[in-house]
Design a protein around this ligand. Sequence first.
Ligand SMILES: Cc1ncc(COP(=O)(O)O)c(C=O)c1O
Length: 449
Amino acid sequence: MLRDSLPKIVTEVPGPKSQELLKVRKNNVPDGVSMLAPVFVEKAEGAMVQDVDGNIFIDFVAGIGVLNIGHTHPEVVEAVKAQCDKYFAPNINVFNYEQYPKLAEKLNQIMPIEGEKKTLLVNTGAEADENAVKLARRYTGRSEIIAFAGAFHGRSYMTMALTSKVKPYKFNFGPLPSGVHRFPFPYCYRCPYGLEKQTCGLHCAKMFEESFFLEYVAPDQVAAIILEPILGEGGFVIPPDEFVTALRNMCDKYGIVLIADEIQTGYARTGKMFACNYWAVKPDMVVSAKSVAGGIPIACVTAKAEIMNSVTAGEIGGTYCGNPLASASALKVLEIMERDHYPEKAKHIGEICMRRFYEMQQKYEIIGNVRGKGAMMALEFVKDRTTKEPAKDETKAIIQECWKNGLVILGAGVRDNNIRFLMPLVITDDQLNAGLDILDKAIAKVTQK
Ligand SMILES: Cc1ncc(COP(=O)(O)O)c(C=O)c1O
């Protein structure tokens, strides 16, 4: 079965059938839609993907964090098929159907937010972040939002404004919506203030009161601070816990809504159901998507009930929001994740990978930084460990060398010099080690060791 197989490359990659389909794509699909591996999928199971030419790849990307449960989990497939036989899209604004409130109930139970909660279902991560901003603005009656350097929140207009990296996400798409202020992310490997974590005295958090709130925006104008608990597209950078606690304290002091964007970090990826389960404090709102429904589009905004109750009927929602196919899939995914201890699976994967990554760091000077929580890990590649000059071209070459040999991996970071790891949490140890072997060889080849 594909689910239990190891990678196998049987043609030149891309093979002849993929090459034919690439011509159809080239002529009909905008070049603006990016492409990592130039092959077409025939079928996918667990952590393995087979292309139309019979090549088998290990998937360390999982749809960019969409498939923590793995490709085509049999029970999830069953749940979606069963739903297909009943109804597709009555539209929650027209007819009620049970999947929407049941999923909301489940998410309200598990979401690390204090007190009574409510959940709004939408379709994409960007749409969820848009709604988080709408809700925070309505609830506080304020307009300004603080987002972070390195953040990624989507490609819609509001979320382009929230997103940090200029190219390719926002370049020449302006003007973008106003009211977004950017604060440096506590990226300790590349401290924006040139300090060391051991001795900095949490300088970054102090800068809010000492500078940001005086020189850029007054705190009593701020509706929300939106934070990824671990930067996703920004390179899997993990903020110090004390920084998050300082943010929470500041939000309490000034009546600011703290939004955790768990779209990439959520649903067992980090070794807990949500990355903010690691925090000593809690957010007021959690935005989630991707892995909640194992690949069927749905996104969720969960917030304190008093925030949700600040809007009235018709002010939020949309035609496909919380559609029954995706909601049925999400309910099954959450049941399986709890029953089969997915957070533990993530920890196990993290242990194996981090051991191998530190060994690789000993061997290859190009690995400047190894970081991770559970199965959300990244390697940062540098030309020189002292200057930390980003090794962008080498990172790209390593990624390409990997997919040619049957491992699909993905870059990250504003400097394009990280590789991030998001393998499905159902990956077997043999598949994991086979993938890490391909990576090891690719780094050796590119750095000629
Ligand atoms: C943290 C984060 N927020 C928002 C988004 C946007 O989600 P979508 O692509 O579903 O709009 C992403 C997507 O990668 C993400 O990682």
